[in-house]
Design a protein around this ligand. Structure first.
Ligand SMILES: [Zn+2]
Length: 124
């Protein structure tokens, strides 16, 4: 269950971004399709850490596809095998993103962006 280690890393990073005296209320993160993260597993992992007061908002990103023949770049929820131009020389771009987008803190009542983008090392 790799969701648990991801949840721990995200929570750890989010806590470090909370200003002094503030209370973490929610964490917004995005995950690329190559990560294979299951939304339900992620919520279960989040609850398993005892985070009842912190809401996890996970957005699964679509595949980003590139056509080698016409150069078209598009997004869709499933891996594409064919471009609109008829070419089958299509390939996904990226897809392994894992990002803490923002956090909500009770005290300041404003969203803060983390000072750094966080990318976890690839796990098989
Ligand atoms: Zn094309």
């Amino acid at each position: 269950m790799h969701e648990l280690s991801i949840a721990e890393a995200i929570l750890d990073l989010a806590r470090k971004s909370v200003p002094r005296g503030g209370t973490l209320r929610s964490v917004r993160m995005t995950s690329g399709p190559m990560r294979g993260i299951d939304t339900q597993c992620m919520q279960l992992a989040w609850q398993a850490m005892g985070q009842r007061d912190v809401t996890l908002r996970l957005t699964l990103l679509p595949w980003q596809m590139l056509c080698a023949d016409c150069g078209r770049l598009w997004q869709q929820p499933e891996l594409a095998e064919r471009c609109a131009c008829g070419s089958t020389r299509v390939r996904p771009i990226g897809g392994d993103e894992l990002r803490l987008v923002s956090i909500e803190v009770d005290d300041a009542e404003e969203e803060r962006s983390p000072s750094c983008m966080y990318t976890l090392s690839k796990t098989s």
